[in-house]
Every structure is written in structure tokens, then in C-alpha cells.
Design a protein around this ligand. Structure first.
Ligand code: NAD
Length: 385
């Protein structure tokens, strides 16, 4: 193995651990953007900057075509055994008519459920070079760097009863149940406070305690976890509706936002749009901390889907996928220095005016998926000297 880069931090230098990754490209542009992660991994291995072993698996429509399921038990076993799962995207019109349980999204849902991925992290970072692609004014979004932490496995999407009943008088009644237990709020709050400590040390918790009992408990438990375990972190509470308003009014007031499944679904999409394009948005989903190993199960994926409209054309933006890999470096593999370099490389290619079609603006240079991936590796190379 070649010498370690001088830019690496001391702890990374000493460990040079082998990191086991499971790559699940999926369907459509999932395979195209994953190819750019593979390019980066191959380069990092070849340079001896880090050491990765990779397994590959099928998920979504690709898995259905091969095995008539959205993900096989064998692939799930690989996911369980990996340090991190790197996921592309699933779905497409080809699989619209497959049985419900084998639909492409079922693969994603099984991974989340079986790995116990209860915390969804969605950063909203506005690169200076892209500040004009946002629907908000440059001064509102330029330099924006916030993190939405959404509870992913509880709340109204999963609570029982969940029914539609025929009332027999020409009316029906639909019921969804918002339910949270103390432990679910405690563990998501801990993820948020932990993250804040590594960022700007502020957490904003959002709920609707004025009209929802689950909001009252959410507020109470977050306050207790804060007082007990994280008194050094600044905590504020906002009602989720006015929080949403503040997110578009002056988003830079936030550092980490922690919220439930439903509000998180909406607020993270709002935050996403502050930054411009779907092709730029990474995400991470984390499971419970294993007290013995100090590790968590985790999966990293771009927010976007399989984009059948541009699949196979070399037009996909690989930056969301590459930034998702960067989150794996930071949150699962203890390679924060390398993650910083990757973020810097992405910012540099954008600053040089390279753009895939989705973020193209006047005066910039159009590049393909692979040209963008190559440019990121070239910037990483430049950062090593
Ligand atoms: P989508 O995210 O695939 O695409 C929405 C629009 O954004 C399209 O115009 C697409 O071309 C563009 N786009 C998305 N990612 C891009 C990228 N990296 N570079 C450039 N442009 C990009 O959402 P959709 O069209 O609603 O769904 C398409 C399929 O993907 C469906 O089958 C859907 O179920 C699935 N889907 C999967 C996931 C996932 O795997 N996590 C998420 C969302 C949608």
C-alpha cells in the first residue's frame, strides 16, 4: 500500500482499517451515479489513502428481474455484515405492475426496517457556486449548512390503527395514528445532540405541542435528554408550522433540526429546495448505536430517484451520490478528514463552472455524469499535495 496522504489526520493515518461496503446501485440512474462512487473508491484504494472492500448486490427492479423479489435474503445478509450500505435509487415504469410486496421500493423499506434505521439525516448545504439556482435570494441561502434529523421508523406513518372503515351511511372514516414512545424520542434526540456537538452546537426541536399529545411528550423528552446528557448544546423549541416558515424566511438561524417522521418528511423537502437541485442532495439513515462495537448500522443514498427520463443518457448528476458516500466516510467510517476533502472537491468542481444538465446555467461548462465524477477525483488528487 502506498504512503498515506499528508492531508490525512493523525487518527486516520494510524488506523488504515479495512472498510466493508455494500454497494446497491439499483435501477435507472442509480447504476450511473454509483459508477462514480466506484471510480472514487478505486482511486482511494489505489493511492493507499484508505482501504475499502466492496460487495455488490441487486435491489429494486434489478433484483425483481433476477429473483422476483425487491431484495434477496442473501443481499440482506451482506447489508447486515457491512460497515455501510451505499444505495443508488430504485424504481421505474418497467416495474409498475409487479406484485405490491415485490415493488422496487419494498427493497428500500426492508433495508430500513431490518437494519433498524431510525434516524434520517438530510443536510441542506448551499454551495456558493449554486446560490443562484435556489428559488430564494442569494443572501438568504449562500453558505447555508443545516442538518435535518428526521425520525424514520415511528409516528403516524406506522402507528396502529391505520384503517379506512365504511360507516354504512355513505360515509367512510380514515384513521392514521401518531404514536411515539419515550425511547424513540430519546434515541433520535441523542443523534441530533451528538451531531450538533460536531457542528455549531445548536439543536432546534420541532413539534406541535399546542395541538398534539405526541408533541407534548416530544418536547418533554427532548428537554430531559438535553438537561441530562447534553447541557453544553444550545437547545430551542419551535412549533413545526412556524419552524417551516422560519426555514424559508431565514434558514441560516438553524444548525441541527430534530423532528418526527411526518414533519421531518415535509421540512426536509423544504430545506432541500433551498439548495437548488435534487441532483445535489445526499442523505444518511442510521440505526442504534451498538455499545460493544461503538458502530451503527447505516445506509447512505441520494435523495433523488431513478430518474427514468434521463437514464442511460450520461446526464445524471453524480454529486448527490458522491456526497452520500462522503457522509458514509464521516458518520460510519471515522474518516472525517477524507469527507472534508470530498466536500471541498465537490465545491471546487462547481466553482470551476462544471455543471451537469440539471444545474446548468449560462456561462458554465456542460459535463456528463462520468466527466463530473472524473473531475471530482482530479480535485481530490490536487488536494493530496
Ligand atoms: P426522480 O428523483 O427520479 O426524478 C425527478 C426529476 O429530477 C426528474 O426530472 C429527473 O430527471 C431529475 N433528477 C433526479 N435525480 C437527478 C440527478 N441525479 N441528476 C439530474 N437530474 C435528476 O423522481 P421521480 O421521477 O418522481 O421518480 C422516478 C422513479 O424513482 C419512480 O419509480 C420512483 O418511485 C422512484 N424513486 C425512488 C427513490 C429512491 O430510490 N430512494 C426516491 C424517489 C423516487
Amino acid at each position: 500500500m502506498a504512503g498515506t496522504s499528508p492531508a490525512m489526520t493523525h487518527d486516520e493515518d494510524l488506523t488504515m482499517a479495512t472498510h466493508k461496503l455494500l454497494l446497491l446501485p439499483g435501477d435507472g440512474i442509480g447504476t450511473e451515479v454509483m459508477a462514480e462512487v466506484t471510480r472514487l473508491i478505486d482511486w482511494l484504494n489505489a493511492e493507499g489513502i484508505a482501504h475499502f472492500t466492496t460487495e455488490h448486490g441487486l435491489v429494486g427492479g434489478a433484483a425483481y428481474d433476477a429473483d422476483k423479489v425487491a431484495i434477496t435474503d442473501a443481499t440482506m445478509a451482506l447489508a447486515e455484515a457491512s460497515d455501510a450500505v451505499i444505495f443508488g435509487a430504485v424504481g421505474g415504469p418497467k416495474w409498475d405492475a409487479v406484485p405490491y410486496d415485490a415493488r422496487p421500493e419494498a427493497g428500500l423499506l426492508r433495508l430500513r426496517k431490518d437494519l433498524g434505521l431510525f434516524a434520517n439525516l438530510r443536510p441542506a448545504v448551499c454551495y456558493p457556486a449554486l446560490a443562484d439556482s435556489s428559488s430564494l435570494k442569494r443572501e438568504v441561502v449562500e453558505g447555508l449548512d443545516i442538518m435535518i434529523v428526521r425520525e424514520l421508523t415511528g409516528g403516524v406513518y406506522f402507528g396502529e390503527p391505520k384503517t379506512i372503515t365504511d360507516l354504512g351511511n355513505g360515509q367512510k372514516r380514515a384513521i392514521d395514528t401518531q404514536v411515539y414512545d419515550t425511547y424513540e424520542i430519546e434515541r433520535i434526540a441523542r443523534v441530533a445532540f451528538d451531531l450538533a456537538r460536531k457542528r455549531r452546537n445548536k439543536v432546534t426541536s420541532m413539534e406541535k405541542r399546542n395541538v398534539m399529545k405526541s408533541g407534548v411528550l416530544w418536547n418533554e423528552v427532548v428537554t430531559q435528554v438535553h438537561a441530562r446528557e447534553f447541557p453544553d448544546v444550545q437547545l430551542e423549541h419551535q412549533l413545526a408550522d412556524s419552524g417551516g416558515m422560519n426555514l424559508v424566511k431565514w434558514p441560516k438561524q438553524f444548525d441541527v433540526i430534530v423532528t418526527d417522521n411526518l414533519f421531518g418528511d415535509m421540512l426536509s423537502d423544504i430545506a432541500a429546495m433551498l439548495t437548488g437541485s435534487l441532483g445535489m442532495l445526499p442523505s444518511a439513515s442510521l440505526g442504534e448505536l451498538n455499545a460493544k462495537t461503538g458502530k451503527r448500522k447505516a445506509m447512505y443514498e441520494p435523495v433523488h430517484g431513478s430518474a427514468p427520463d434521463i437514464a442511460g443518457k450520461g446526464a445524471a448528476n453524480p454529486l448527490a451520490m458522491l456526497a452520500s458516500f462522503g457522509m458514509a466516510l464521516r458518520y460510519s467510517l471515522d474518516l472525517g478528514g477524507l469527507a472534508d476533502q470530498l466536500d471541498a472537491a465537490i465545491a471546487a468542481v462547481l466553482a470551476k463552472g462544471l455543471r451537469t444538465a440539471d444545474i446548468k446555467s449560462e456561462g458554465t461548462t456542460a459535463v456528463s455524469t462520468s466527466e463530473m465524477g472524473e473531475a471530482v477525483v482530479k480535485e481530490m488528487q490536487a488536494l493530496q499535495v
